[in-house]
Design a protein around this ligand. Structure first.
Ligand code: MN
Length: 252
């Protein structure tokens, strides 16, 4: 039997699971969001309607073009005000297929103190050694800090550059991945790193041994998909979602 949309269906199910995991793993509270680039159309993405990630279902997912215009009937569903983060990152980063934006609590201090967040634990290497900080005030002055226009989205994406994460001063962060599972993995472990780093500063002041660039590189290069898969199985089960292997384009 021909099922031409089965891959896309599986990807959208995976996006629902990603939302539930981020809600369950202290990355998102009532706020924050995660998107995937459309697997068949690089100039589109999928993102939920404006709703807490913990509560999101298939019917909440909306298809957008990269400018943030919905490509389907909204049926009364309100899009996220900050959806422009996602389209702007996809425009600037053809290598990226998933974007997470969140306000996870322990990351915030590093955006406002001048103390850089740096990888401290081997599991956190996917954040990269250099996490830039975007300050909306630099170009846009006093705002409510939300990324509500493509202009702001482009400015944030430029600050992100070729990195894997960027902090947003007084607001949160953006974490990107070549895949959905990788962006979720990196977002969870960015928050873990932030919490551990704050404790390390309390204990040792600035006398902290961080991972070296070489170690970070080696961890990223030698990490197998099994690492991310193992976390995904655990987290999706904890979030009361059925575990499914990463969808593959193999059905003909
Ligand atoms: Mn936000």
């Amino acid at each position: 039997m021909s099922r031409p949309n089965s891959y896309l269906d599986a990807k959208l199910d995976e996006l629902v699971t990603a939302n539930r995991i981020l809600g369950n793993q202290r990355v998102c509270d009532s706020f924050g969001h995660v998107s995937i680039r459309h697997p068949d159309h690089e100039d589109r993405y999928f993102l939920s309607r404006s709703r807490a990630p913990d509560l999101i279902d298939r019917d909440d997912l909306i298809e957008f073009d990269l400018e943030g215009n919905p490509l389907e009937d909204l049926r009364g569903r309100a899009p996220y005000a900050e959806r422009f983060i996602h389209g702007a990152v996809y425009m600037h980063r053809p290598d990226i297929h998933s974007v997470v934006h969140n306000h996870s609590m322990n990351v915030i201090p590093f955006g406002v103190t001048g103390t850089p967040i740096r990888p401290i634990l081997h599991m956190c290497a996917s954040m990269g050694c250099d996490v830039p900080i975007w300050d909306s005030r630099d170009r846009f002055g006093d705002t409510n800090l939300l990324v509500r226009t493509m202009d702001m989205g482009h400015d944030l994406a430029k600050a992100l550059g070729d990195k894997r994460a960027a902090l947003m001063r007084g607001h949160g962060c953006v974490v990107v991945g070549e895949s959905l599972r990788l962006s979720v993995f990196s977002a969870v472990y960015l928050e873990v790193n932030a919490e551990i780093q704050i404790k390390a500063h309390q204990l040792g002041g600035d006398n902290i041994t961080f991972l070296s660039e070489g170690e970070v590189q080696s961890i990223i290069e030698t990490r197998t998909s099994f690492t991310v898969e193992r976390a995904w199985e655990h987290w999706s089960t904890k979030a009361n979602r059925p575990y499914a292997m990463e969808p593959q384009r193999s059905e003909f």
